[in-house]
Design a protein around this ligand. Sequence first.
Ligand SMILES: Cc1cc2nc3c(=O)[nH]c(=O)nc-3n(C[C@H](O)[C@H](O)[C@H](O)COP(=O)(O)OP(=O)(O)OC[C@H]3O[C@@H](n4cnc5c(N)ncnc54)[C@H](O)[C@@H]3O)c2cc1C
Length: 514
Amino acid sequence: MHSPQFTAEPSSNGTVERDFTVGDVPGLRSPASGAGRAPLTFDVIIAGCGPTGAMLAAELRLHDVRVLVVEKETEPVSFVRIVGLHIRSLELMAMRGLLDRVLQHGRQRPAGGFFAAIPKPVPEGLDSAYAYLLGIPQPVIVHLLEEHAIELGAQVLRDCAVAGFEQDDEGVTVELSGGERLRSRYLVGCDGARSTVRKLLGVGFPGEPSQTDTLMGEMKVGVPQEEVAAKVAEISKNHQPFWLRPFGEGVYSVVVPAAVVSDRAEPPTLEDFKQRLRTIAGTDFGVHSPRWLSRFGDATRLAERYRVGRVLLAGDAAHIHPPIGGQGLNLGVQDAFNLGWKLAAQIRGWAPETLLDTYQAERHPVAEDVLDNTRAQVQLLSAEPGPQAVRRLLTELMDFDEVNRHLIEKITAIGIRYDFGEGPDLLGRRLRDIDVQQGHLYGLLHRGRGLLLDRTERLTVGGWSDRVDYLADPTAVLDVPCVLLRPDGHVAWIGDDQQDLDGHLSRWFGKPAG
Ligand SMILES: Cc1cc2nc3c(=O)[nH]c(=O)nc-3n(C[C@H](O)[C@H](O)[C@H](O)COP(=O)(O)OP(=O)(O)OC[C@H]3O[C@@H](n4cnc5c(N)ncnc54)[C@H](O)[C@@H]3O)c2cc1C
């Protein structure tokens, strides 16, 4: 039996090789030899190397946490789903020095017109230095995030699934699909909508099941483009969603409603596409040579809990909803950004007692809100007269700048305000990228540490300087004297009093060193 090889340092491309047997590998045991606990080989094992898992691995590596990502697929997903990175995700990329890399592979589009596809312009003066949407293929963003995580030292083990686990008061024993066992302090399920980790944890996933399924794929067609275009124009009036869009070289992106709702994990067949095209369009357009075929549903579900002891959930493992508004990947990456520094603090030993629980306290309500706004958007796309009337009314209301702005800030996640208690409106919100003497504020956050931006030049981060950077800049464009930023860029404190600041440093960054 072959088992993965784990090294103190990842191989040059970060991918773990599978050349050694169980007995050769410290910390690995076959199930038969599993009496007693193996040593803690990793601090965190992440199930799933989708966008959420890869982002989390990178965030943990910023704090030198030993991370293994276990991914059941051999290669990153091959199907080319173009996703939109919304403003807050672009800000996260800028905060970690990834924006230029990401921009090279995407197309910038206006940030407006996403709520229920109601076409409205972006309001003036949206509060971000990155006020656009970036269309980018999902496999590319996954690849870039995985590459970033590996560059930072994460290990990624492909072709291997998390099959089971047991947790105790010191750690988690994770069983892999080959039967090997690993020990880590924490396990995070970033393993998508059908999450094994969530199911094994016994965490409820209440919500609404899929009402409709949609088939999506890329394939060649056997008839001229004009013929396809004419038919599509005719059918699209009645059927949502339905399209055949040319990609060039005879390849089309095909989207067609499925015949029945299916809970199957396997992709549909070309024959499924042909049948549905014949039923809906009266012709299958001679489709052939598929590049990839996929299906997605419109179920809406939210995990009851994001944490049970040493096991946590993030991304689609914790929440699913219809793709309208393009928020799922963004939400998962932002979960990872919220969780990463907190879990790292826990492992490094400086986390205040309740810090890790703020992950669920902050992110669960955000997901609830996204689920609700997608429910609303689905209704607004219905062809029924009632929802159509509501859509017309909302379209009118969105001519009011405040309404349009509110909905854009919701979809792009720049409107999020975590509940940090009483205080000015900025408290709990993320701070936009602003110009500072050293360049851009976000350029100073690449290391994933806290930051005190001090316009008074009187304050100090004292015994927290190993976790929190200090920037004195009286010229910073900010209408408050000082802000304390968490590593995720949210404003944890506003003021000018050292004693008050020290209290807040303790609240978020634990006891001072020394
Ligand atoms: C048609 C469509 C369009 C979309 N458009 C957008 C958009 O524009 N913007 C947007 O933000 N979102 C969009 N989404 C949603 C987005 O694709 C998902 O929300 C996103 O992929 C979730 O990322 P994730 O990492 O949480 O989960 P996933 O991407 O599902 O990744 C989970 C990973 O875990 C692996 N895995 C599963 N089980 C195990 C196991 N037991 N052990 C190890 N590995 C395992 C899987 O192989 C996979 O690689 C769209 C979705 C669809 C269907």
